[in-house]
Design a protein around this ligand. Structure first.
Ligand SMILES: Cc1ncc(COP(=O)(O)O)c(C=O)c1O
Length: 464
């Protein structure tokens, strides 16, 4: 039944439950617990439809880097809508915001880039990456070189192609993905993956050797690319050992395998460097960006490529009659104008430096949580981090996943006015870049209360 009068908070909750098909949600738990309906945001805070205020310590979905309600971005969108509300990039048409944004991104790329292909989301950008790699190898007369290696626990999106790259079972089960050309190798998850006494260096060496074995067993002439996030966000905020990427890259170079850098979470300063690649010694051939690209004010993504990848496609598309890939909204002028302004704001307001300035406080407060009885591990860099909840700190014994301890902790944090993300029993934090030292205090005071409440609950339920 459609609603005509202004909805009350309770009726909005009920209507959501009746009408909205929620993405990436435990639909059974949602039916029991109901939605959290947000109605307003300003700076690093948001308010729900019952009037409760939260500090948004996840920047939405790792994305609202400039916080909420920025006047300059709002004005930019308004002006662009008045000037040219839509134009496209098909059949050689173009417009100023896309041209200027492409040029800006090429100049920022952490490798010798030359061009940018625009999309609307991180997922479709990674599908573009897959299709570019296939098109490139076909154009070069290497039709067998098609397999793409991703990693267990990696997250690259949920479209049909990118879901195959994602290495998390809940994004595969019942969906009939991954499709055949996608393979998965180890996640760099030192806390759980290293053997007793294994150093980070030895662990990285072992993972690179496993990758080499996989490439050899599949046949190097069939392996086209390796895709990796500099740090794995959705997989549980997993930071690679210092020598991991150099060792992986040596293997990729040996077998002529391209390295695709998925910077959807890490791009534009999250780690303290402009790119996560720079923070972790990664030397990619191509790059995917989204989220912070527009501070999530409007949907836009970018695939940044070098000329050597583009060049063979020119003749090939001429023979076919078209380079047959793209979206109506590829490079949408309003999204592109807002993204270009967001990139300008990062520089003009000194936000790269600001992240580097406040990161030590954020990381110190995170590390201090390691003393909490429920916390087995803490890890992070820049303004991203996580704590992993365990049943036993000594043995690293995890809770039974069915107990949903992480989800309980997230809910208890929410009661204290803090939004975090539970990834299984990993509690992730990824606040807007504009957090002040006081905001960081607010986040950790509330998180500690949420952890204490979770501990009390776990003790009452005899889970420990
Ligand atoms: C590393 C990474 N790649 C791709 C995606 C998918 O982006 P989107 O949700 O915009 O499709 C995400 C989303 O969280 C991500 O973290």
């Amino acid at each position: 039944m459609a609603q005509s009068a202004a909805p009350t908070a309770a009726s909005l909750d009920a209507l959501d439950l009746a009408r909205v098909f929620h993405p990436n949600t435990n639909l059974a738990a949602l039916r029991r617990g109901g939605p959290l309906v947000l109605v307003r945001g300003k700076g690093v805070h948001v308010w729900d439809n019952h009037g409760k205020q939260y500090i948004e310590a996840m920047a939405g979905l790792w994305c609202t880097t400039l916080g909420y309600g920025d006047d300059e971005l709002a004005r930019t969108a308004y002006e662009q809508i008045k000037t040219l509300s839509f134009s496209h990039l098909f059949t050689g048409k173009s417009h100023e915001p896309a041209v200027l944004l492409a040029d800006k991104l090429v100049g920022m790329a952490p490798f010798a880039a030359s061009r940018v292909f625009f999309g609307n989301s991180g997922s479709d950008a990674n599908d573009t990456q897959i299709k570019l790699v296939w098109y490139y190898n076909n154009a070069l007369g290497r039709p067998k070189k098609k397999k793409i290696i991703a990693r267990h626990k990696g997250y690259h999106g949920t479209t049909l192609g990118s879901a195959g790259l994602t290495g998390l079972p809940s994004f595969h089960k019942l969906f009939d993905v991954p499709l055949p050309p996608f393979l998965h190798t180890d996640a760099p998850y030192y806390y759980r993956g290293a053997t007793a006494g294994e150093s980070e260096e030895d662990y990285a060496t072992r993972l690179a050797a496993n990758l080499e074995r996989l490439i050899q067993s599949e046949g190097p002439d069939t392996v086209a690319a390796f895709i990796a996030e500099p740090l794995m966000g959705v997989g549980g905020v997993l930071l690679p050992p210092r020598t991991y990427f150099p060792k992986i890259q040596a293997v990729l170079a040996k077998y002529d395998v391209l390295l695709i850098d998925d910077e959807v979470i890490t791009g534009f300063g999250r780690t303290g460097e402009i790119w996560g690649a720079q923070a972790f010694g990664m030397q990619p051939h191509t790059l995917t960006a989204a989220k912070a690209l527009s501070s999530a004010y409007l949907p836009i993504s970018a695939v940044i490529v070098p000329e050597f990848l583009y060049e063979p496609m020119i003749e090939a598309s001429g023979e076919i009659g078209i380079f047959g890939h793209g979206f109506t909204y590829s490079g949408h002028p309003v999204c592109a104008a807002v993204a270009l302004r967001a990139l300008g704001i990062y520089e003009e307001r000194g936000l790269y430096e600001h992240v580097r300035r406040v990161a030590p406080q954020f990381q110190a407060r995170l590390t201090a949580l390691a003393a909490h009885p429920l916390v087995g591990d803490t890890r992070g860099i820049g303004l991203v981090g996580a704590c992993e909840l365990v049943q036993s700190k000594a043995t690293k014994q995890a809770f039974d996943a069915r107990l949903a301890v992480g989800a309980k902790c997230m809910q208890l944090c929410q009661e204290h006015g803090l939004i975090v993300r539970a990834i299984g029993d990993v509690i992730a934090l990824c606040p807007p870049f504009i957090v002040t030292p006081d905001h960081i205090d607010e986040i950790f005071v509330k998180l500690r209360r949420g952890l204490d409440d979770t501990l009390a609950w776990a003790q009452r339920e005899r889970l420990l």
